[in-house]
Design a protein around this ligand. Structure first.
Ligand SMILES: C[S@@+](CC[C@H](N)C(=O)[O-])C[C@H]1O[C@@H](n2cnc3c(N)ncnc32)[C@H](O)[C@@H]1O
Length: 374
């Protein structure tokens, strides 16, 4: 258990989360708004009385039945990653990706769950004329459009694929890969008058399918804060399939303690951590448009679940179960939710390891430095 678990939890919040976990959202709402705690914090300062802000936002979210699809309509998600501790988190993530591109001399990078591309695009752009060619896979059309615009603005060579990682790996890239820089026809499916040409559309889809997984390899496959969106059993299959696409995988995630799912310790952790997270944002946009749906999705079995988190050691084990070797785990940054970590692995054991490489500073799961054995 981390030291951060020692803080006091709001008993009312834990009770409300327990009721949500038992599929009693009405009781949870009644608990949150009960007379024993009549003064919900006014969310103007980003803070408020202990427990009050989270109770207030959760009650408001439960009462209003907000849309729980946080990435399809990403206004609140964008505001979330633009603010609070995420500014430093993304700075560290971008620096980490750029270091890996340099270390591997990566010419091609496949990024899964790219979101608006802020980490991968900034990292690639920082390499100037050594920037790798990017393939960005992202199911949200809105976020992928942002990512595509970002690659264009940065002058990068990139293809975008509107797909989940699973769809991409299955060669079912539904929209076809699109290259905003040319080289592949970004207008596939559009006639000069702006209408849809079914033949060209089909050709575009075909090119996309080939660009998906068939026979292609990348120097690096990476995912930042995206693989926790895939349920654990399916995630192992995804990780195994990735060995066919690249020799190196790099994952940025959170090191969340192991819990009995929805057990008392889990609900207490959620109550404590989301109270801290909320304090980093004013108003209710981020709270009700992103944080509350993600929180409730982890607790209420009747809601869409967005995240399946796990400890650093479990990320490493899961890569090994999926057939990856030389798994390393390194700390990346502190965060209100949990420490961020970088996990890397090789599809095959490397024959030559440069002892002074950045990778050598990362430790294996067994504690030995990377490269200490063949
Ligand atoms: C927390 S965001 C991280 C986005 C981006 N990688 C970043 O670092 O900002 C999680 C992303 O994973 C995407 N996602 C959700 N399910 C996915 C899946 N099955 N395959 C690939 N990406 C997925 C979401 O649409 C979202 O963009």
């Amino acid at each position: 258990m981390t030291s951060s678990m020692s803080g006091s939890a709001d008993d009312v919040m834990v009770r409300a989360l327990t009721e949500l976990a038992a599929c009693r959202p009405g009781d949870a709402l009644a608990t949150l708004t009960s007379g024993s705690h009549p003064e919900p914090a006014t969310p103007t300062s980003g803070g408020g009385p202990a427990g009050g802000r989270l109770r207030h936002e959760l009650a408001g979210y439960l009462a209003a039945r907000h849309d729980s699809r946080v990435y399809e309509h990403p206004t609140a998600f964008r505001a979330f990653i633009d603010g609070g501790g995420n500014v430093e988190l993304y700075r560290a993530t971008t620096a980490q990706l750029a270091a890996a591109y340099r270390e591997l001399d990566a010419r091609t990078v496949l990024d899964l769950g790219s979101g608006d591309g802020r980490a991968v695009v900034a990292a690639a752009a920082s390499l100037g004329d050594r920037a790798p060619r990017l393939d960005l896979v992202e199911p949200s059309a809105a976020l992928l459009a942002d990512a595509s615009a970002a690659t264009r603005a940065a002058g990068l060579t990139a293809r975008t694929h509107q797909a989940t990682a699973q769809e991409f790996l299955a060669g079912q890239d539904p929209q076809g890969g699109q290259d905003p820089q040319g080289g592949h026809d970004p207008q596939a499916g559009q006639d000069p008058q702006g209408g849809q040409d079914p033949l060209a559309e089909a050709a575009g889809r075909c090119r996309g399918l080939l660009a998906g997984s068939a026979g292609r390899r990348w120097d690096l496959v990476e995912a930042t804060f995206a693989l926790h969106a895939i349920a654990p059993a399916e995630r192992t299959e995804v990780l195994a399939a990735l060995r066919g696409l690249a020799d190196t995988v790099l994952i940025v995630e959170f090191d969340v303690p192991e819990f009995d799912d929805r057990g008392p310790a889990h609900l207490t952790y959620l109550a404590q951590r989301y109270e801290r997270g909320l304090a980093e944002y004013e108003g209710s946009l981020v709270a009700r448009g992103f944080l509350m749906p993600v929180l409730v999705g982890q607790v209420d079995p009747g809601r869409v679940r967005q995240t399946w988190e796990q400890p650093a050691a479990r990320w490493a084990e899961q890569l090994q179960e999926a057939g990856w070797h030389d798994v390393t785990v390194a700390p990346l940054a502190d965060h209100w939710w949990a420490p961020a970590i970088v996990v890397t692995a090789r599809a095959l054991r490397p024959r030559v390891v440069r002892p002074d490489s950045a990778l050598s500073r990362w430790r294996r799961q067994d504690g030995r430095p990377y490269g200490s054995s063949p």
